[in-house]
Design a protein around this ligand. Structure first.
Ligand SMILES: [Zn+2]
Length: 303
């Protein structure tokens, strides 16, 4: 099993506002009667405790527990336009390079670069791919850019040169972040301009799922990743139907992702994967399609 969407559970790799936003959104998802100060303080302790995994050992333990062989750590560039931001981003990449070496064969990392960094960002990505051992690019448009930003083109060209994929966030983010206006046209333009580059849409089975499915059907280099469904809990009904639609129409372009540790405060990856296995029984997906979903599609895209 390969998890194409994880993050290092450490406070230094996220912005303070983002961590606060996570606490607030977990709290907002609770029934009003449960949103007490005591509950909020407990959540703060849980989130803080989950954000101390500088070694990646906590993630690898959770992977062992859930039967996940390999996970991709995605770096997000939250720091464009901040004083000392590039230095901080460089430190985060160095940290990830060390983690990938420490957990050889278990973890890999995608660089995070905001296209508004321009030429400096291109140089940054080149170093991330050649010196820090990153094997892909993670984009987070809610930081304030669109996927057809011309400044992304040289970054995509570098990905093509290195034979590595691009994974982009889709859908809403925390309320404090920007909303994309040109998606899905922006993504389609990028995927058409760079047919040799694989584009993975994160959280693709949530939100505008039908739009994502259409994109993947039209463009063979567009892939859908399923994380985020944990927010529906075990009782959600959309996941089985949407997974079924993917298995029917794009069985070679759908893959597993957990978004560790962000969606796993209430539901562990182990319990989530057990839930997926139960759903699988309901959809009567054959072993071959399941294997492509769980491993082979990701392995092909990650090379
Ligand atoms: Zn994520």
């Amino acid at each position: 099993l390969i998890d194409v969407h994880a993050h290092l559970g450490h406070k230094d790799v996220f912005s303070t506002e983002f961590l606060d936003g996570i606490r607030r959104s977990v709290c907002a998802a609770l029934p009003p009667a449960d949103r007490t100060l005591a509950v909020e303080q407990t959540l703060r302790r849980i989130v803080d405790a989950r954000m101390r995994d500088a070694s990646g050992d906590g993630l690898v333990r959770a992977m062992d527990d859930a039967g996940v062989e390999q996970a991709v750590l995605l770096i997000i560039d939250f720091f464009h336009g901040q004083e000392g931001g590039e230095e901080r981003l460089a430190l985060i990449h160095t940290m990830h390079g060390a983690l990938v070496r420490r957990h050889k064969g278990r973890l890999r990392a995608f660089a995070g670069v905001d296209p508004r960094r321009g030429d400096a960002g291109v140089a940054f990505l080149r170093r991330a791919l050649t010196e820090h051992g990153c094997r892909g690019l993670k984009l987070y448009p809610p930081c304030g850019f669109e996927l057809d930003d011309a400044r992304l083109w040289p970054l995509f060209a570098l990905c093509r040169e290195h034979g590595v994929p691009v994974l982009t966030h889709t859908g809403p983010s925390l309320p404090t972040m920007a909303v994309e206006e040109r998606f899905p046209g922006s993504l389609a333009a990028a995927a058409k301009a760079f047919p040799e580059v694989d584009f993975i849409l994160a959280h693709a089975l949530l939100g505008a799922f039908n739009t994502h499915l259409e994109l993947a059907r039209a463009l063979p280099n567009v892939h859908l990743e399923i994380s985020g469904f944990q927010t529906e809990g075990f009782g959600g009904s959309h996941l089985a139907a949407r997974l079924g639609a993917c298995f029917d129409t794009i069985p070679r372009q759908v893959m597993y992702g957990s978004d560790w540790p962000l969606f796993n405060f209430q539901i562990s990856p182990k319990r989530w994967l057990e839930h997926l296995a139960r759903l699988r029984e309901g959809t009567r997906v054959d072993d071959e399609r399941w294997e492509f979903f769980a491993q082979r599609n990701a392995a092909r895209v990650l090379r």
